[in-house]
Write a new protein. Structure first.
Ligand code: ADP
Ligand code: ZN
Length: 820
């Protein structure tokens, strides 16, 4: 007996809106004629509070749980935007990162296919010949008729002012001059088709071609020489023939012309031939553990802890080969793709024609095509930046995250997800293997590996037993005597001279992330920190004071260093340009390349600059953190770090962790070729554990740091939420933050959560907005998530009651990687 499924006549719809109160499914009736078309993941138009709104179907039922549900107005003619698995992933993201579900859906939707509902006004009948009765009304009608009778409300608002236009349109509509309608914007990207010419079987008859006029014969010869298929435009430009000749050939049935969809491929430079290396024992061991897991088809997480130059990429590649053999797909995340073209090339060359590349620098059409190629199963390996994690890869077998410690894996716009954590959820749902690779693993991953949640695979040495570079710390307190501290110490200058005269290359690194304005003792190198928060203090020239950006406590700048009681406190900061000038003065005639925000404004500037350096056109590369990662240039034997202390001065509990990661990563650029490398690090605090560890004792340093995190209740031992309150009004921002803190105190009672602040955010004013923040620490995010959302809801209710309160915004960043 065949039972037909019961008709699913009601749909649960999530409204496309950032408003928290609307973040729940609403029930709509499915019109009978649309029943087959509505699926989970369908994009629909639904009536919602007096207008049409875009929505996403998340469930189908045969019974409504509400009386007289409204009907779906229209089902958009699109394949479903997401499947059940993506929906589950989005639900996790929305729940963990405290964002509306509709916003999480944007992560998994086809790129460039997002739509918006816009309101339009159009002239009704003979409107323009009548008198509107008001000056503004007349102007609106004139504008409309000039624009051909129709304009979006947004356009009219811009032209005449948002405040007055809506009521005027209402009046015009009441009097029958205009009508309103809702319409969808067009998607930014769509499939592209090109005309393709194909030779028919008849074309293989040589005698038929002999009789053709010369022009037509040229076309046929060219076409056959190209294997019988070519784009029409290319064929015409190669032969200089006209469309008319093609037409008559088509009439003679020697060829056919048809539109075909093409996939736009981003240009990535030539894929250098990547050798298939025989794995060394450490690699072989790691590969075996990972491929065993792949074979078993059970979700596992591996932490691939391998020093710089230990050959981690080869491990990913081998594991992916195994995954592909089993008919499964792979996703590889790299931190910032535009800075690591080399890595992309290595995957392309090992998996020719199977790799899709997804990153932010693609055009909308290119990105859509890469994405579509993945969904259609054409590409089985995705290499990309953070958002490539959401590629629609079916039968996922592995996710590999290279440089897993990189903060760029955390999104800085809502949903503020961390790719590493979401990858773990996705891999678990798919029964896939997750490999996290780094020479400087995050403390999160180290802690999870210790707890047994991840399996740690160690690769302790470089390929071919090449030595890790030797590190020398230069104590800057001893350099320069009583006068100004020089930017470049004697040992640094000597090392540069020696490298250059040996014909080798050097990289000089200046960390500028974070603050130039911190105070450091010139005698002992101490950086002042908050006695309650374990973060360093920021110097504010306005008011000449120091401030803790966690708890808001203020200090006067001391006359002498409170730590050694002797040295004067000095303010710090230096730029790449000054470094360049000093090196040029010391080594005249040597070619330098400077890479920083100023020299890399044009689209492919970094590729060109790095290409020139790799090709040996310059001997010294000077740069900011953009040169710290991934570079594998065999000629580099010296790495110089101008000031190791800048990252330590960040008002962030991760300052030490970041310092060790950054210094190890930049150092790792030296001595990757046949000649051994050397690293010179200038510092005012050579005894600081993060810096001292560079010359040995790294394990002990990490151990001590992790213990102190645990003692002070910091991640990874608690979940942290950074709540930012912004307002264009200084007083409103401060007052709102105080009020929110009170609400949180009440709402989080009994949960064991710790609330810190409010304090001005380290970036206390940004794009015209005053910023305050509050930190919440909790041992159990799941327990406080709903309460935090409610607290923010209650805060907004309150904010609407006072002047400027409408402009106050609250955002929450769960597991923040930066507290700026
Ligand atoms: P990591 O990512 O760990 O810093 P890479 O994967 O970039 O290291 O490898 C460093 C260099 O060693 C690369 O040039 C790579 O081609 C090469 N390499 C990797 N594995 C082997 C091997 N088994 N034998 C020889 N060379 C290798
Ligand atoms: Zn403090």
């Amino acid at each position: 007996m065949i039972v037909s499924p019961a008709p699913k006549s009601y749909a649960e719809v999530i409204i496309d809106s950032a408003v928290r109160d609307l973040d729940r499914p609403f029930t709509y009736a499915v019109p009978t004629e649309e029943e087959g078309k509505v699926q989970v993941g369908s994009m629909v138009l639904v009536p919602f509070s007096g207008r049409l709104s875009l929505g996403y179907v998340v469930g189908l039922h045969d019974r409504a749980d509400v009386a007289n549900a409204k009907s779906i107005a229209r089902v958009l003619d699109e394949p479903p935007l997401f499947d059940f698995d993506s929906q589950r992933l989005c639900s996790w993201i929305a729940g963990h990162y405290l964002c509306p579900l509709s916003q999480a859906f944007k992560l998994v939707m086809p790129p460039g296919r997002g739509r918006k509902v816009k309101q339009f006004v159009y002239l009704a009948g003979a409107g323009d010949s009548l008198c509107a009765g008001s000056e503004l009304g007349e102007q609106i009608l004139a504008e409309l008729s000039q624009a051909g009778g129709e304009l979006s409300v947004d356009t009219l608002k811009r032209k005449f002012g948002a405040g007055v236009v809506m009521s005027e349109i209402g009046m015009l509509e009441g009097a029958g001059f205009v009508c309103r309608k809702f319409a969808l914007t067009r998607p930014a990207a769509s499939a592209k088709s090109r005309l393709v010419v194909r030779a028919t079987p008849a074309a293989s008859d040589a005698s038929a071609l002999e009789k053709l006029p010369v022009r037509q014969r040229d076309i046929m010869e060219e076409l056959l020489a190209r294997g019988g298929i070519e784009f029409q435009s290319d064929l015409l430009s190669h032969t200089g023939a006209s469309g008319a000749s093609l037409k008559s050939l088509a009439k003679k049935e020697l060829l056919e012309v048809a539109g075909e969809e093409v996939l736009r491929r981003p240009w990535l430079g030539s894929a250098a031939e990547e050798e298939r290396h025989t794995p060394n024992p450490a690699q072989a061991q790691a590969i075996e553990r990972i491929t065993d897991a792949v074979e078993s088809g059970v979700h596992r997480v591996f932490l691939l802890d391998g020093v710089t130059g230990s050959g981690k990429t080869e491990v990913y590649i081998r594991a992916i080969e195994k995954v592909l053999e089993r008919g499964k797909g792979a996703i590889v995340l790299v931190p910032e793709i535009s800075l690591t073209p080399q890595t992309v090339e290595r995957f392309e060359s090992r998996f020719p024609d199977q790799v899709a590349v997804l990153h932010s620098r693609l055009g909308p059409g290119e990105r859509f095509d890469q994405w579509r190629g993945v969904r259609e199963g054409r590409y089985r390996v995705v290499v990309g930046a953070r958002s490539a994690l959401f590629a629609p890869m079916s039968d996922l077998g592995i996710i590999a995250i290279d440089e897993e410690h990189e903060p760029s894996y955390k999104s800085d716009t809502s949903p503020r997800y961390h790719a590493r954590d979401v990858a773990e959820v996705r891999a678990r749902m798919a029964g896939a293997v997750l490999v996290l690779g780094s020479a400087t693993p995050s403390f999160e991953s180290i802690t999870r590996a210790r707890a047994g949640a991840y399996e740690r695979l160690v690769m302790p040495g470089r390929i071919d037993n090449r030595p890790l570079p030797e590190v020398e710390l230069v104590d800057m307190r001893r350099s320069g005597g009583a006068g100004q501290v020089p930017l470049l110490s004697r040992p640094m200058l000597d090392a540069l001279s020696r490298t250059v005269s040996a014909g080798d290359q050097a990289i000089i690194f200046l960390n500028r992330r974070g603050f130039a304005n911190y105070m450091q003792c010139h005698a002992c190198g101490a950086i002042m920190g908050c006695d309650e928060c374990e973060v360093s203090l920021c110097y504010h020239s306005r008011g000449h004071m120091m401030l803790c950006h966690h708890c808001g406590k203020r200090w006067a700048v001391p006359e002498v260093c409170p730590s050694c009681g002797a040295g004067p406190m000095k303010q710090f900061g230096a730029g790449t340009q000054r470094v360049e000038e000093e090196i040029a003065a010391h080594l005249p005639g040597v070619n330098l390349i400077r890479m920083d925000a100023d020299t890399t404004t044009t689209k492919d500037a970094h590729w060109h600059l790095l290409g020139a350096f790799r090709a040996g056109e310059a001997q010294i590369l000077i740069g900011t953190q953009m040169i710290a990662k991934g570079l594998d240039i065999p000629g580099v034997t010296l790495v110089g770090v101008i000031n190791a202390d800048t990252a330590l001065a960040l008002p962030d509990f991760r300052a030490s962790e970041r310092t060790y990661q950054l210094l190890t990563q930049v150092s790792g650029r030296a001595g990757r070729g046949l000649r051994p490398g050397r690293v010179v690090i200038q510092t005012f605090t050579p005894e600081h554990p993060a810096i001292r560890a560079m010359t040995g004792g790294m394990e002990a340093f990490i151990e001590a740091e992790i213990t102190s995190r645990s003692n002070a209740f910091y991640p990874p031992f608690v979940d942290l939420v950074n709540i930012t309150v912004t307002s264009p009004e200084m007083a409103a921002a401060a007052r709102s933050a105080e009020r929110l803190r009170k609400i949180l105190d009440t709402d989080l009672q009994g949960t064991g959560a710790i609330v810190l602040g409010p304090a001005p955010a380290p970036l206390s004013r940004l794009r015209g907005l005053y910023r305050w923040h509050i930190l919440v620490k909790s041992a159990d995010m799941e327990q406080i998530a709903a309460r935090l959302n409610e607290a923010v809801g209650r805060f907004y209710d309150y904010a609407h009651t006072f002047p400027h309160g409408k402009d106050v915004k609250v955002s929450m960043d769960v597991d923040p990687v930066s507290l700026l």
